[in-house]
Ligand binder design. Structure first.
Ligand SMILES: [Zn+2]
Length: 234
């Protein structure tokens, strides 16, 4: 089931009261249209009836796609700093819903699910895209680390992130974008040859230490490597 609940907001432009239906959980097996909306960057978008300003509610929901083997705790962009605490919460919720603490039938579903935690819309959209392209999301994060080391100037700063946004039809390469997380403003795009993915994929030993650090919990994102001590790999 996909669950919605009403939330009362104030229009950021004209301060008129706005009520919208916020999603608490998304079941993409039953509501494939909601998955499409996330991929199309229009999920939880709305416009003010008084001034027609459009704005978007930040994500705060659980996403299940049993068919594609995905379970995601999608959190608002501004909770990023709490990633360790929210990893624990996500693992516990998954455990009671589909993991060790769930009924047998739910555990059967849970066995095929990759558990992830994301912050902001671009990150959850990216996880769906990575799955659609049948890529390993850990390798996609490694590609980003490679990009950071390879380009001369990067607009890396708090609130700015690098996301896979699609593939290039002409070259088959992967298109990444630097963007501002909260506003979803795209700053610049770059295309990376598909061979980079293959090269990392073909060298698991060389990347094992990085993989261990990216897989310490459900927050599989290179941003965690830049935020404090984090969690010990192990
Ligand atoms: Zn308004």
């Amino acid at each position: 089931m996909s669950l919605f609940h009403p939330v009362n907001l104030v229009c950021p432009q004209c301060e008129a009261p706005v009520t919208m239906m916020a999603v608490g959980s998304v079941n993409a097996d039953r509501r494939p249209d909601l998955r499409e909306d996330i991929l199309s960057d229009r999920f939880q978008d709305m416009s003010c009836e008084a001034c027609s300003e459009s704005f978007r509610l930040q994500p705060q929901f659980n996403y299940l796609d049993a068919g594609r083997g995905q379970w995601i705790a999608a959190m608002p962009a501004n909770r990023l700093r709490d990633h360790l605490e929210l990893e624990d919460e996500a693992r516990e919720l998954f455990s009671t819903s589909y993991g060790d603490a769930a009924p047998a039938a739910a555990r059967d579903v849970g066995g095929g699910l990759a558990v992830r935690l994301t912050f902001g819309w671009p990150a959850v959209r990216e996880k769906l895209l990575v799955r659609q392209l049948e890529l390993d999301d850990v390798i996609v994060e490694m590609m980003k680390l490679h990009i950071l080391r390879s380009v001369e100037s990067v607009p890396l700063a708090e609130g700015i992130e690098l996301r896979l946004t699609g593939t290039d039809d002409d070259t088959g390469g992967y298109v990444f974008a630097w963007l501002e997380t909260a506003s979803e403003q795209y700053i610049e795009y770059l295309t990376v040859p598909a061979e980079l993915y293959e090269a990392i994929h073909a060298n698991p030993d060389g990347w094992q230490a990085i993989r261990d650090r990216l897989e310490t919990g459900p927050f599989v994102d290179m941003q965690k490597l830049y935020m404090g001590e984090g969690r010990a790999a192990g």
